[in-house]
Design a protein around this ligand. Structure first.
Ligand SMILES: N[C@@H](CCC(=O)N[C@@H](CS)C(=O)NCC(=O)O)C(=O)O
Length: 194
């Protein structure tokens, strides 16, 4: 039994998309960051880091976007979310997700200029490729998309500043799993921290 604890529009959107991509059966537990639902004693007893996403696999907890995406991709190989049998391509997925988690995620908090620099690097790395790794959709694309979706408006890029990331964003927005996730999370309501 899979249970995803998520807050609409936050980091947990990435595993939420991946769950829809796999078609796996899961229970979604929406939380409000504004109401500090991740700081209650009950939630902290489960995840002492006080953050979403949390994926419960039966009674075992898995945290961190990259870890959960990797788990879902490996558990549901038919969804094709990870290159199979190609160690170098798998390493490229890990490389992208490391960059996204360690450099892109905290970038906006470090200022607009820094965030733009970080996205310029990602844009160059993506190049004219449809997808981040090996010409195939993967969990790296989901991870990349979620943060750009979140910060796109606040980055206020000059027109054409991130042409490759913008094209990738449009490709992602066309995917049914992305549309389904956005629809569900919009209905619950985006509730960012105060
Ligand atoms: N490194 C974590 C970051 C998770 C994270 O920052 N979650 C935020 C939402 S985007 C959160 O739950 N914040 C609630 C809080 O800090 O109280 C990951 O990749 O999963």
């Amino acid at each position: 039994m899979l249970t995803l604890y998520f807050a609409p529009g936050s980091s947990s959107m990435a595993p939420h998309i991946a769950l829809h991509e796999t078609g796996a059966s899961f229970e979604g537990k929406p939380l409000s960051l504004a109401k500090k639902d991740t700081r209650t004693p009950a939630f902290l007893a489960m995840n002492p880091a006080g953050k979403v996403p949390v994926l419960m696999v039966d009674d075992r907890m898995l945290t961190e976007v990259a870890g959960i995406l990797f788990y879902l991709a490996r558990m549901f190989p038919a969804a094709g979310l990870l290159p199979q049998g190609d160690v170098e391509a798998e390493a490229q997925v890990v490389s992208w997700m490391s960059y996204i988690a360690s450099t892109i995620h905290p970038a906006r908090r470090q200022g607009l200029e820094h965030a733009r620099e970080v996205y310029a690097v990602a844009d160059k790395r993506l190049g004219k490729n449809d997808w981040a790794v090996g010409g195939r959709y993967s969990i790296a694309d989901i991870h990349l998309f979620r943060l750009y979706w979140r910060f796109r408006s606040s980055l206020e890029p000059e027109p054409g500043a991130f042409p490759n990331i913008e094209a990738h964003y449009a490709r992602m927005m066309a995917r049914p799993a992305v549309q389904q996730t956005i629809e569900i999370e919009t209905q619950i309501g985006y509730d960012p921290p105060a």
